[in-house]
Every structure is written in structure tokens, then in C-alpha cells.
Design a protein around this ligand. Structure first.
Ligand code: J9Q
Length: 247
């Protein structure tokens, strides 16, 4: 998969992509990330990328012409219409399903905007406008990295263990069950006995219950669209009964 990232702060993208699982995916050629400095697509001596807003007001707005020029250059290189992702608080909510969908594209462009925004006419060229959450950031670089991370995990080979990608909590619509490793006891805190028992049927059942219980407590909204098997539905009814009248 190839991802072109257009930004006025290339270092904000390049640093994080040098390390970790994405760093390895890039080294191995599974992922090709091209970081493009928006200033390279200006035509004036001072390489100006922003300007004051028409109508007045604080802050600066990213000029449309360098962005159009960057997209034209990428499109000419690809020789095909582009998938262009814009991150903004006005976008639709980025989800695990959206990550999986984008991971099937051979090529994606990500536009990183600044806080005050773009000239709205660039939305002509945007195919998906995505928000990573309801909070204010200084720019679109971190959201672009978040989306790239979630998308790249679905590219075959990027994550060593394909099973962990397929079974990931959000793919199932539930939170993860708690994990433990050695030692079995620390500061009087013991790992649940069932996990040390070697009884795999009991372990499986304990994990199902723990995942459901956590989801019910912390993210009950997820249960509406979770796909639960018969056993999970029974456990959930039991857990709901047990929490009835509490609080
Ligand atoms: C570009 N706050 O916020 C949430 N998802 C994306 C964003 C965002 C922001 C500022 C600039 C994206």
C-alpha cells in the first residue's frame, strides 16, 4: 500500500514512522509512505502556504492553490483518480470498519490541515473527510498518523500475527478481556486462578465473561452493535441481571 501524506510539517510525520511496527513495514516495503512538503508545491519566492481569511477574523487559512498543485502532481504520477482523506473535526467518525475499508485501497492521499482550516474549495478534491474524535488539535498530522496506524495494521504482513488483527477487540465490537503475565503474584495482587489452571474451556469462558462485563461497565454503547454468539448473549443477560438495581 502506498500513502502520500501532504503536510507543512514533514518532521511530525517522519519521526514517528521511523520506529515500531510501521517503521518495520516501511523498511520491508509492505508500506510506502511518501511525505510531501506542501511548500514544495508553492510557486512564490517565499513559499507561502497560508493567507488571511476573507471576511476577516483570527488565524490563517491554508491556500487552495498549493494543495491543488500537490494533488495534481500525485494524480499525474499515479495516472488514476485519487482517494483523498482529509482529517477534520467536521468529518465523519473514523472507525475500525473505516480503517479496514481504507486498507483495501492500493493508494491513499492524506491531507494534513492546520487548526484554522483550509480554504473550503479544497473539499472538491476530498473523497473522505474523517474525524478521530471531538477535541481540538493544532493540526491534522497526528490524526493522519492515527488513521495510517489503524489502516496499516490491516495490510497483510504488517502485523506479524494475523490472528491478533482478525480477533482484535473492536473487530468483534467488544472491549478486550484483561491480560496477565508472570509473576502470578505481586504486592498481594494475584492473577485469577482460572488462568493458571490449564483448563482451556474454563479460560475461554472466563475471558468471554470478563470482556462482556468490562464492555457493559465502560462502553455499554458498544453492545448495541456487537455480534454475540449464544453463549455470550446468555452471559450478558446474567451480567445485566446481576447489575440490576445497583448504583
Ligand atoms: C485537523 N482538531 O480533530 C479530530 N479529528 C481530526 C481533528 C483535527 C483538528 C485540527 C486539524 C484535524
Amino acid at each position: 500500500m502506498t500513502v502520500d501524506i501532504v503536510t507543512i510539517f514533514p518532521a511530525m510525520i517522519e519521526g514517528p514512522l521511523a520506529a515500531g511496527i510501521l517503521g518495520r513495514a516501511i523498511e520491508s516495503g509492505l508500506l510506502d509512505v511518501k511525505v510531501r512538503d506542501l511548500r514544495d508545491y508553492t510557486t512564490d519566492r517565499h513559499r507561502v502556504v497560508d493567507d488571511v481569511p476573507y471576511g476577516g477574523g483570527p488565524g490563517m487559512v491554508l491556500k487552495p492553490d498549493p494543495i491543488f498543485r500537490a494533488l495534481d502532481a500525485i494524480e499525474a504520477e499515479r495516472g488514476a483518480p485519487l482517494t483523498v482523506v482529509l482529517t477534520s473535526p467536521q468529518g465523519k467518525c473514523f472507525t475500525q470498519a473505516e480503517a479496514q475499508r481504507l486498507s483495501t485501497r492500493p493508494h491513499v492521499v492524506m491531507l494534513c490541515g492546520r487548526y484554522e482550516g483550509f480554504d473550503d474549495r479544497i473539499r472538491q478534491r476530498v473523497t473522505e473527510e474523517l474525524s478521530i474524535g471531538d477535541y481540538v488539535l493544532t493540526g491534522g498530522e497526528l490524526p493522519a498518523l492515527v488513521i495510517l496506524d489503524a489502516v496499516a495494521r490491516f495490510v497483510p504482513g504488517v502485523v506479524g500475527d494475523e490472528q491478533s488483527v482478525a480477533e482484535d477487540s473492536f473487530s468483534r465490537g467488544l472491549l478486550d478481556f484483561p491480560q496477565f503475565t508472570r509473576p502470578a503474584e505481586i504486592d498481594d495482587l494475584r492473577v485469577p486462578d482460572v488462568l493458571l489452571s490449564g483448563n482451556h474451556a474454563e479460560i475461554r469462558k472466563w475471558r468471554k465473561r470478563a470482556a462482556l462485563s468490562r464492555t457493559l461497565e465502560r462502553r455499554p454503547d458498544l453492545l448495541a452493535s456487537a455480534d454475540l454468539d449464544d453463549e455470550e448473549q446468555a452471559i450478558l443477560r446474567e451480567l445485566k441481571g446481576a447489575s440490576d438495581g445497583r448504583d
